[in-house]
Unconditional design. Structure first.
Length: 310
């Protein structure tokens, strides 16, 4: 069972993830993952528009994206995806996340960014009445989110644990047989040279991890460890995931190998879900194009038949 709103921790184990309100409501696992992913993707895109993709505010934007995704993921541990639209929750989660990082946005700014996203997607801008209804719903969802997080705004993020844990992992790599045997020079030098790229790649995987269940499975340091394991494997193909999970445990005894593996599996699941969502979008686009082509051909045939003979 999921913890109640007054539970001291918003953490779930692997088995509890299988019994979400959406699953109880008859939503298949693949569909739930896809809807959660799409909601998080919407929140991240909305965040980027709000920050105008400004490089000087990249760190703040990343934190808003992470928090918005975390809020959305937590929300749907208490509500079914059949009870609330994921995109509406994404808007409310982004609205709240901006406040939490001390860069609040007015509702009209949120609506402006939202309409920009709609235009980019080929959709019509929201009318005045639609905007009014959306604002009311967003504020109600925001209040529910505040209850879920118990008005706790000082939330630790995996980003803050990344650099220190990366340093500890690099030390362990210099003592690892697989890593040392693949080095062309001194293992210590290669490990040191790896640091900047490792943190950069791990941060990218970390942002993506919040589009799945990984941040609900463990504390932020554990999520950071999972992202580091995947990033190291991505950069150094010779390193098996099982060995990286062991090395992370050696770097920090509080990181159980099994727990790190679960987080790694969940992060990788995000990319499988992404492929599924993209394939569905492409299939829908092809179907729409075919329907449009068919309608055009039918209209042309009708026009020809209706034309008077010369």
């Amino acid at each position: 069972m999921a913890p109640g709103v007054d539970s001291p921790e918003l953490r779930w184990n692997v088995e509890e993830i299988k019994t979400t309100p959406s699953r109880a409501d008859g939503v298949p696992e693949r569909e739930e993952r896809a809807l959660r992913f799409s909601g998080c993707d919407y929140a991240r895109n909305l965040s980027r528009v709000l920050f105008n993709n400004d490089k000087s505010q990249e760190d703040s934007c990343n934190r808003v994206q992470i928090l918005a995704c975390y809020y959305l993921q937590s929300f749907f541990m208490f509500r079914s995806l059949r009870q609330e639209d994921a995109k509406t929750v994404a808007i409310a989660a982004t609205f709240l996340a901006c406040k939490v990082v001390d860069l609040p946005r007015k509702m009209r700014g949120i609506l402006r960014a939202l309409n920009q996203l709609r235009v980019q997607a080929g959709e019509a801008e929201l009318g005045e009445e639609e905007q009014k209804k959306l604002c009311e719903r967003v504020l109600k969802i925001e209040f529910l989110l505040l209850r879920i997080i118990r008005f706790e705004f000082d939330i630790d993020l995996p980003l803050d644990a990344l650099a220190g844990l990366a340093e500890a992992l690099l030390v362990q790599l210099t003592r690892c047989k697989e890593f040392c045997s693949a080095c062309k020079g001194m293992p210590q030098q290669e490990a040191h040279a790896l640091r900047v790229e490792l943190i950069r790649v791990a941060q990218s995987f970390l942002l993506d991890s919040f589009m799945g269940f990984a941040p609900l499975l463990g504390r932020p340091r554990l999520v950071a460890a999972g992202a580091l394991a995947i990033a190291t494997r991505y950069i150094r193909r010779e390193m098996p995931t099982s060995e990286l999970c062991r090395l992370l445990h050696m770097a920090d005894a509080s990181l159980a190998e099994t727990d790190v593996r679960h987080v790694v599996d969940e992060i990788l699941q995000v990319f499988r879900t992404k492929s599924q969502v993209q394939a569905q979008a492409q299939a829908q686009a092809r179907a729409a194009a075919a329907a449009g082509s068919g309608a055009g051909a039918a209209a042309a045939t009708g026009a020809t038949a209706a034309a008077p003979a010369a």
